[in-house]
Design a protein around this ligand. Structure first.
Ligand code: PFF
Length: 436
């Protein structure tokens, strides 16, 4: 359970959700995102945990074993295979952003933020983005941390640290929120994030919100399946899932509220994009009492949260390689680590020297990887797992695994078998231009 929480809570909550809220127009996005968490994210997280716990294997072999148990076509294994590749594609940019966080620990340690204003905070961030060498240095540091843990198979020690560090992250965020409520423009921030304005809901916001529900809960690529396979038989899947999803969502929204209070009070741009937290939070740390220490602690805890998520992005692929070939953990960590590192270098360059290179629809390398994984690959993995659990597996097996009785099980079935697949399908049809 701790491992799953560690995987779910990461840059998705602290870095990505806040800027996506701004880019997608505020409250409309938040509303759809919360709906996606409840009607798609929570049921599909239960599904992925149950698949993992029943299969007791890495995603690819696990799906193969479950397909065999259900007398189904072995091609289902490729759902697991696709997930492993998706994880590596995500890590390609996740590690670069993890590097930004590491470099901000360094800035915070040097007290760079003291009395900083919005313009300087932005200039600081822009200078970082403009330097490929610095970015590659920090990206490499993040990859070494991640692959070091994976190569040595010492994930469990780290997961236990979540017990203390996730609550610590909540505490720091509450302090930050308290500060930005006191000095920032909290009323506008609350209105921006939570006013019920259905008219602003656009198809693109729905698309992004659904994709982000998958990203934030680590769904659709087998990470949760791997951790589900470690979950003890006597633990309730439903209860565990709901706790994790609620904590994960609450954490992200808390960061959003704190950030937008600062954004509006300092006349910054809500739709600033991926740099948003790096351009706003230093202002708070530079002015609040004890801001030096709090800033260092904040970025340390975010780095830790990103680290545990990054590990879960590679673990399925490493588990599959080591369980199926004679390649050792160390060798596979090197191979995968180097490949992903190279991908990360391309991502780094897409923020500066290669920013003019567009892959598809005017998106650069970073944006392409981000959109491809969040809006296509994760939901695709999710819908396939949902259909598998809902229509291919034996109903008794599913119910036995979930341990839910009548109403609860019915609720899961309706959302897993009907609501979530229709929602994902509708979004795909829109994406491919069928529905306008
Ligand atoms: N859920 C992580 C976050 O919010 O930062 C990112 C992530 C981890 C996505 C693992 C997907 C995954 F399989």
């Amino acid at each position: 359970m701790l491992a799953t929480a560690g995987s779910a809570i990461g840059l998705g909550n602290i870095w990505k959700l806040p800027y996506m809220i701004g880019v997608n127009g505020g409250s409309a996005f938040v509303l759809v995102f919360i709906a996606c968490i409840f009607f798609v994210g929570i049921p599909l997280m239960m599904t992925e945990v149950l698949l993992g716990r029943r299969a007791q294997k890495n995603p690819l072999d696990g799906m193969a074993a479950l397909a065999k148990e259900a007398n189904a076509n072995p091609v289902w294994r490729y759902v697991g295979g696709m997930g492993m590749i998706t994880g590596l594609l995500i890590l390609g940019f996740y590690s670069v952003i993890g590097g930004w966080v590491l470099s901000y620990i360094w800035f915070a340690l040097q007290d760079t933020f003291l009395n900083i204003d919005g313009a300087h905070a932005k200039a600081n961030f822009d200078a970082l983005l403009a330097s490929p060498v610095t970015l590659i240095f920090w990206h490499t540091a993040f990859m070494v941390l991640t692959m070091g843990v994976v190569a040595n198979g010492v994930n469990q020690g780290l997961e236990r640290a979540n017990n203390i560090l996730i609550p610590a992250l909540f505490v720091i965020l509450l302090i930050l929120l308290g500060y930005s409520m006191a000095v920032g423009d909290f009323a506008t921030s609350r209105h921006f994030m939570f006013s019920l304005d259905f008219s602003k809901i656009t198809p693109v916001a729905v698309l992004s919100a659904l994709g982000h529900a998958f990203f934030s809960l680590s769904l659709g690529m087998g990470a949760v399946m791997v951790y589900g396979s470690y979950l003890r038989r006597d633990v309730s899947i439903a209860r565990t899932t709901i706790y994790i999803a609620l904590a994960d969502t609450a954490l992200g929204l808390l960061v959003g509220l704190a950030i937008y209070s600062l954004v509006f009070a300092n006349h910054l741009e809500p739709a600033a994009g991926p740099g948003l937290i790096f351009q706003t939070l230093p202002i708070a740390f530079g002015h609040m009492p004890g801001g030096h220490v709090i800033g260092v602690l904040f970025f340390l805890l975010v780095a830790f949260a990103a680290w545990t998520s990054a590990i879960s992005l590679v673990e399925p692929a490493i588990a599959w390689i080591t369980e199926n070939t004679r390649i050792t953990r160390l060798q596979s960590a090197w191979m995968i680590g180097l490949t992903v590192w190279l991908l990360g270098v391309a991502v780094v360059l897409s923020f500066n020297d290669w920013s003019h290179i567009k892959i598809v629809f005017g998106l650069n390398i970073f944006e392409t990887l981000d959109k491809l994984t969040s809006t296509i690959l994760l939901p695709l993995g999710g819908i396939l797992m949902a259909l598998f659990a809902g229509y291919v597996m034996k109903k008794d097996h599913v119910q036995e695994e979930l341990g839910l009785h009548d109403t609860g099980f019915k609720g899961w079935r309706i959302t897993n078998n009907i609501v979530a697949p229709i929602a994902i399908l509708a979004v795909f049809l829109y994406l491919f231009g069928v529905i306008k």
